[in-house]
Ligand binder design. Sequence first.
Ligand SMILES: O=C(O)CCC(=O)C(=O)O
Length: 367
Amino acid sequence: MASASSTVTTTSTPQSQSQSQPPLVPTILSSCHSSNTSTPTPTPTQTASKPACSTCPTHLLNSLKRDGYIHIPSLLDPVQIFSLRKAATHIVTLARSGKWPYIRTVPKQFPPWSSTPPPDSDGGIWGIQHLLHPDMPGRKEFAKLYFGNAIIGVVKELLGLNLYDPRSEDKIVMELLNLLVSPSGNRDFELRWHRDDIRWEVDAEEEKRQLDEKSPGGRQAHAQYNIALFDDESLIVVPASHRRVRTEEERNADPYAPELKDMKVVKMRAGDAVFYDSNILHRGVYKGVDLEKGEVGRMTLHGSVGLYDHSEERAKNVLQHGLRDWVDREDAPFNELQGKCRARAEGMRMRLVEMGNGEDLGYSLEG
Ligand SMILES: O=C(O)CCC(=O)C(=O)O
């Protein structure tokens, strides 16, 4: 697994870092990719020097608060990319041919989506839902990534948890892992500008209230990310728009405006990750592929991990994607994982089960 600590960069000028900054992802937790599960878990003193301040915001969290997104090159190593591509390619083939019902269909942007893929000539699908579903072929591969140290280490930093205390993991909860793919039939497709859980039509006062409420002090109760399995330039963001109301220009812009002031196309190479505040102004622009020519296009994992805080608002955002139907099924436990990785996965899953015990919570956005 690539060591994220040596490779993290931000796409804008990073803030100065103190020499005493703790390493990005301490190795005190067993990796889901380790085949030797009998290896004892080293204690913090064996593997990491004591941090200067274990509760201070890290440079990653500071960057996210400032810019609303962080680009992390090479979060995945080539071996992980290879196995994930294999699992992803298989499920994409199934989903395009109607053999996996949890899909995002062109041209619908928000859930709920039909379980039948539109014909390729109409663009087919742009996403595959529920990579952690018990019926998902390749679930083990996706789960190893989702619950592995590379992602969970970054998530803990961004959620402000103590990296050196394994018990801080009791505060994280499983959320979503999906795959975003290129539309087919050479049909391009675009998402409109949006924030994930603040409606576009709200006035400035309400927008400010919700922004403050949903990320107090610039910190959200979940961490959201994209991880590219192939080079990908589909995501476009307006940096630093996650904590302020829209400008007049943004508010009055065409929902599909190809240009917004200061917008940035996030250019990812295979294996890169981008973590972003889900209320940053963003959109997706997808180039259609020609399947008959063997074009692959985009395969980008799209996931989130939450802070277990019993928030009904967050439960709505997560469960609107249909997790409630399977997360507590008899075969849902992550028995294919081993040791501490399995314990972490099961703890995170069970916390979601508990969150999902509420009433029907409806959908955040429509269209
Ligand atoms: O395609 C992307 O990377 C962004 C997807 C997105 O904005 C969404 O699912 O709401």
